[in-house]
Design a protein around this ligand. Structure first.
Ligand code: SAH
Length: 239
């Protein structure tokens, strides 16, 4: 039977809309999904990270969107990558390991020093109430804020600034994570930690750096555990 022209036109338009949006039967393809899932299985679960929420977040965040186009095909490889300005995005495993070590809860407000690409902040975003992240280099701070906003991460605030000064307006924090290495732990960051809080940081210089877990008891007593030798970019003094 011949349909009137107007009906056929509407049908064709609806079909076009459906094929652009994707349907539950045929979701729009994510060319990086397989690599992301393999990364979590082979690099992260295989090395002992077990926290289901951390693993889910690592399965969800599109790491390729946080690196320059030139290295996008390597986004899921087992090593750090350059993000410009002499800085790097950490190896996926170390991001997952540090996130697990931080032992975050949904109610937490977290301070990150060293926004870089914004990837670590994105991984934390699904796990906590709010992430506050400080980046020293203005261009990286702007780019990370843009990437996070384009991808719809609404509970991350990025600020250009010097992490050595902390974030007094937003302190105290339940958790603090440093992704650049200071020679010693800055006291101001310990002071900005709530009682019962935890801080994870690479401490040291050059080849001699260790990841440490700092815990503040309810009475304010500080304990520090050395966890793992690591290699991060240095945390530099702002001018
Ligand atoms: N967390 C990032 C990786 C960080 S690389 C990610 O997921 O991509 C370390 C970052 O720390 C760099 O971008 C560097 O510019 C920044 N940095 C160095 N010294 C700093 C300081 N004093 N305050 C804030 N950021 C600093």
């Amino acid at each position: 039977m011949l349909l009137p022209e107007s009906v056929r036109l509407i049908d064709r338009r609806r079909f076009l809309l459906l094929s652009i949006a994707g349907t539950p039967d045929r979701p729009a393809a994510d060319p990086y999904q397989d690599r992301r899932l393999r990364m979590v299985k082979n690099q992260i679960e295989a090395r002992g990270v077990r926290n289901p929420a951390v693993l889910d977040s690592m399965r969800a965040v599109p790491r390729e969107k946080f690196v320059p186009a030139s290295v996008q095909p390597q986004a899921y490889e087992d090593h750090p990558l350059p993000i410009g300005f002499g800085q790097t995005i950490s190896q996926p495993y170390i991001v997952a390991f540090m996130t697990e070590l931080l032992a975050v809860r949904k109610s937490h407000r977290v301070l990150e020093i060293g926004t870089g690409s914004g990837y670590q902040a994105a991984v934390l975003s699904a796990l906590v109430e709010h992430v506050y992240s400080i980046e020293l280099l203005p261009a990286l701070a702007r780019l990370a804020a843009q990437t996070l906003s384009d991808l719809g991460y609404r509970n991350v605030t990025v600020r250009e600034g010097d992490g050595y000064l902390g974030w007094p307006d937003k302190a105290p924090f339940d958790r603090i994570i440093l992704t650049a290495a200071p020679p010693q732990l800055p006291q101001i960051l310990v002071d900005e930690l709530k009682p019962g809080g935890k801080l994870v940081a690479p401490i040291g210089s050059g080849d001699d750096q260790n990841l440490v877990l700092v815990e503040k008891s309810e009475t304010g007593k500080i304990t520090t555990k050395t966890v793992l030798p690591v290699r991060f970019v240095p945390m530099r003094k702002g001018i």
